[in-house]
Ligand binder design. Structure first.
Ligand SMILES: [Zn+2]
Length: 180
């Protein structure tokens, strides 16, 4: 579960960096005053985001909800900007822009999936417990994240077979290299 937590922290930081880069690009295509305001807003949001992520990393109570809000807003931002760029790209016949907006939309969905992890009862339980608590797990179950989509799963290693698939993305849970 600590690995899932670390992954969420890193993912949030990457989201913030991409957000900052997008805002920087918007400021470049705006007038000087508007550009300055955009940069100011971006700096404020990134500063807040950094503080939230550090608190979340230290497992300060209730900061999982704040990260949830931050990621929700970023997901909406990526989806809206992605959709607008796709529209602009298509009307201008600019393939590069269309591809780029496709990536943004994917990023928006990936971000939404991380929010689902944040809401996962096991994660909520672990975050609040302050230690690696296995309270809600049966004896032989362990936490694992899906190798393809990183969603959180409880698995029983002795019963895991090569045919088992992730309920979220339908990817195989056992990769060849992981087999003993
Ligand atoms: Zn999966």
């Amino acid at each position: 579960m600590a690995a899932v937590h670390r992954h969420l922290c890193i993912f949030t930081m990457l989201d913030m960096i991409i957000f900052a880069l997008l805002m920087y690009r918007f400021s470049m295509v705006s007038g000087p005053l508007m550009g300055f305001l955009i940069l100011l807003t971006a700096a404020a949001i990134c500063g807040t985001g950094l503080v939230l992520t550090l608190r979340f990393r230290a497992r300060v109570p209730s900061f999982d909800h704040r990260i949830d809000k931050l990621l929700s807003n970023l997901a909406v931002f990526f989806l809206v900007v992605g959709a607008l760029q796709a529209f602009l790209g298509i009307s201008a016949g600019d393939i590069g822009l269309v591809l780029q907006s496709g990536l943004l939309v994917l990023l928006g969905f990936a971000t939404r999936r991380r929010i689902a992890t944040l809401h996962h009862p096991m994660f909520v339980d672990w975050y609040g417990s302050g230690k690696e608590g296995a309270s809600k797990l049966s004896l032989d179950e362990v936490y694992a994240s899906c190798p393809s989509c990183s969603s959180l799963l409880a698995v029983i290693p002795s019963r895991l077979s090569r045919q088992d698939r992730c309920p979220n993305c339908d990817g195989l849970l056992v990769t060849i290299s992981e087999e003993e």
